[in-house]
Structures are given as structure tokens and as C-alpha cells.
Design a protein around this ligand. Structure first.
Ligand code: ZN
Length: 317
């Protein structure tokens, strides 16, 4: 385990504070959006490491890699796990015996289906890269752990970090823990297959798969708000090009999370041709071929994809 007193070890705080945009955004964290915000910090870090690697300073890249190693190693060294289960490539470490939590038990049982749903829906090549899921008994324990390992910020609810060797998910037990587990595990599964993902698509897919499979098409909480917005001209200005420009926290908001989810829903459940655009795009990324943008690919099919998106939303019952 890397010593946290080692001055040469960079922490999440160091990394995020090396980026003015991320640091500034963190200071605007508010409780109502802490889960979104913290996931965004990590997603931004991940996306920056991959999509924009050529533009990053050497220090930034090295710092982030060390950070991932630090947290992942720390999780493995913890002595507080009272339960340890393996499901396929997933390792679940929990401070509470899984069988004592109905939500946790159901999530663990559903993990193989969750993974196979994502793999089959997106045409991924299955892989066995390990994913470690760390479940803390309480927010207090979670925060103590994060403080011990000097991870930045206390306004977070769940965390995903991709290291060179595996993905790590960190959550704590609360009423919405299964949603957090599905969301963060979706990130982990995606990042085990893709060398990078655009921020909007990474979050849109995680939002889409964070609900149970029977609610994905027509039962997501975003749906009613998006339907309402689409009826109000003043509140409805979707723009995939604008979403694609999002690079970090300061570019995202709760509304942009909803719009990202809406585009993913359109791509998976929209008109003929929409899903094949998504699958070809993801296939290019998986094959390390420069993918261009989804908006450009959609415009090759529909000159105004936003009009198709609006028609799709208005078709919802
Ligand atoms: Zn996320």
C-alpha cells in the first residue's frame, strides 16, 4: 500500500486542483447534486485521461495514474470488509454482510444480468477485466475512508475510478444505493471495454442503465420532466453538438444529465437507424478508430437530429 504521508503521492485533491475548471466547479457543489457532481469529477478525470491524453501535461497524467493506484490499493488493504463475494469478474467487498441487506442481495444477484444487458445492448466484446465494488456501511465510514486516502471532497455519494488493472466502485448503504451501484458499475463496465467515451455519452449511458431493466424504456424518473420540457418551447433547446463540447464539471448540469439520458434513449429506442449509429460509433471507439462525433453521424441520416429527438419525446405515452 502506498503511504499517504509520502509527499510524492498525488491525491484526487491534487489532481482536481491542478485543473482550474474542476476545482472551481467543485467549490460550487451543493447537496442536491452531489451524486451527479462527484460522478462527474471522476468521469471528467477518466475522459480527460483518454480522449484528450495528447493534450495533457505529463505531470497530470502521471498524477492521475498514481491516484488510481492509491485508491485501488487502499481498498484491497482495508480490514473492515465483513463480506467478500465474487460474481464473475466482479469482487464485492462490503462492511455489511450482503445477506443482511435486501437491496445489496438483489443487486449482487442481478449483476450478471446487468452486465449482459449492457454488453448485448451496446454490442460490446465481453471481457474479464476485474471490477471491485466497495460497499461501506454508512456515509460516515465512506467519508472516513476517503479522508484516510485523501480523496478530494466530502460532497459525494458514489465514486468510480478506473486504474490500469481494474475498475473500482465506492458506495455506501442508503435508500438509493442500488441506483448508485448500477450507475457506477455501468461506468466500470463501459470503461473496461472502451479506451475513452465522450462525457455526455458516458453519463447518458450510466443514467440509462441505473434503473432496473423493466424501467429503462419507459420508467426512468427523467422521463416525466423531459416530456414536460418538450412541451414548453422556452425549456426545450436540445443540442447534441453543445453536449459533445462538454469536457468537465463546469460544462454539465442536472439538465444536461437529463439531455444526455434523452439522447441515449433516442439512440436505443428511437427511429430505425438510430441504434445502428450508436453501435457503429461505439464499435469504432472499441477498435481504437477515431470515431468522429455522434452528431455528425446522425446528421448523415437526419439533417436535423434535434427535430427527430423532439418527435421521439413527443411520441412517449
Ligand atoms: Zn456517472
Amino acid at each position: 500500500m502506498i503511504s499517504t504521508s509520502d509527499a510524492s503521492v498525488m491525491t484526487l485533491s491534487d489532481v482536481t486542483h491542478s485543473s482550474h475548471t474542476l476545482a472551481a466547479a467543485q467549490q460550487r457543489l451543493i447537496p442536491a447534486t452531489c451524486r451527479f457532481r462527484m460522478r462527474q469529477v471522476v468521469a471528467s478525470l477518466r475522459c480527460r485521461l483518454n480522449a484528450n491524453m495528447m493534450n495533457l501535461s505529463r505531470r497530470y497524467i502521471i498524477s492521475a495514474v498514481i491516484l488510481c493506484t492509491l485508491l485501488a490499493t487502499g481498498a484491497q488493504a482495508s480490514e473492515s470488509w465483513s463480506d467478500h463475494q465474487t460474481v464473475g469478474r466482479f469482487e464485492i467487498r462490503s462492511e455489511v454482510p450482503v445477506r443482511q441487506s435486501q437491496a445489496l442481495s438483489e443487486f449482487v444477484r442481478s449483476l450478471p444480468h446487468h452486465e449482459s444487458d449492457i454488453v448485448s445492448s451496446l454490442g460490446l466484446t465481453p471481457n474479464q477485466s476485474p471490477i471491485v465494488i466497495n460497499v461501506f456501511q454508512s456515509r460516515r465510514n465512506y467519508l472516513e475512508y476517503m479522508t484516510q486516502h485523501r480523496a478530494a471532497g466530502r460532497d459525494r455519494r458514489a465514486l468510480f475510478i478506473q486504474s490500469k488493472s481494474h475498475g473500482s466502485v465506492y458506495v455506501y448503504l442508503h435508500a438509493g444505493v442500488v441506483t448508485d451501484l448500477r450507475h457506477e458499475t455501468t461506468h466500470a463496465i463501459l470503461h473496461s471495454s472502451f479506451p475513452f467515451l465522450p462525457l455526455w455519452l458516458d453519463e447518458g449511458l450510466a443514467e440509462y442503465f441505473e434503473v432496473s431493466r423493466e424501467r429503462r424504456a419507459s420508467g426512468h424518473p427523467h422521463r416525466s420532466r423531459v416530456k414536460l420540457d418538450a412541451r414548453l418551447v422556452v425549456a426545450w433547446h436540445p443540442s447534441l453538438v453543445s453536449l459533445e463540447a462538454a469536457q468537465d464539471l463546469s460544462d454539465m448540469s442536472a439538465a444536461r444529465y437529463r439531455e444526455s439520458w434523452t439522447w441515449v434513449h433516442f439512440l436505443l429506442h428511437g427511429p430505425d437507424g438510430a441504434k445502428s449509429v450508436l453501435l457503429r460509433y461505439l464499435s469504432s471507439i472499441e477498435a481504437h478508430i477515431p470515431p468522429g462525433s455522434v452528431s455528425t453521424r446522425l446528421r448523415e441520416v437526419w439533417p436535423e437530429p434535434e427535430r427527430q429527438l423532439t418527435a421521439h419525446v413527443k411520441s412517449w405515452k
